[in-house]
Design a protein around this ligand. Sequence first.
Ligand code: AMP
Ligand code: MG
Length: 275
Amino acid sequence: MASSRKQRPLRDLLRVKPGSKVDAAKLDPGETYGYRKDDVAPKLAADLERLAALQERLWAEHKRRLLIVLQGMDASGKDGTIKHVMTGLHPLGCRVIGFGVPSAEELAHDYLWRVHQVVPGDGEIAIFNRSHYEDVLVVRVHDLVPKSRWSKRYDQINAFEQTLADEGTTILKFFLDISPDEQLERFKERYDDPTKRWKFKTGDLEERKRWDDYMAAYSEALGRCSTEAAPWYAIPSDRKWFRNLAIAEIVADELERLDPRYPAREDLPKDLVIE
Ligand code: AMP
Ligand code: MG
């Protein structure tokens, strides 16, 4: 598509409809909705500019908060998204939080404890690289807690996210959907490239064997936890350029909808002048 002007907003195309049943294994990770790699650079640049300008207003306004959740299989592009989409953001007012294997202290608390501490404050954008969803993904796939515990978490997560939303946080959740073939390609690339090897862990190959279990877990997380207050977006991510394009547009559109405003000028007392 040469011009994307008349294209339907990607947020409408990629949003997981609340209450819908999802089969993550059946989504097409290679879909590009008519966009072509060679044509999209100007649109991406424009959206990144829009994003940067709106973030400055969000920070200046200092009233509302934005939480971005990135989830996906290994090598699905969570780090890449942060690098390519969030680069234009001003470090003031923007934080990236990675969630790895919980520490002993974190494990000694409920699973939302470590999450709640780092949600965005007024004016901030917080980007979660993995999130509380790991507690219904890796935890479920590996039976790290009994089913009787993890199965209650979908409702708990919805309630938690609703609370954040009611208190002024906008939430956008992105599932970066890649195919097993693309993952393998990226693993090989990581392994062969000395500058990328650090990202590859032998354990990643073990996880890969559980692909179907992960897709079942993602299906349930996306289906049950895409809500009006905190929608999931399923982002076809085999093509990095499309992934970046989609996320940049959706985040910029959401900020535009919020329409953050620079605070009004304070009236100076009559006897004070700036000179
Ligand atoms: P990476 O994103 O490559 O740095 O890896 C982080 C690792 O931490 C992944 O293998 C996740 O599955 C794991 N992880 C994140 N959250 C949890 C959790 N709540 N319980 C167990 N493992 C987790
Ligand atoms: Mg990894």
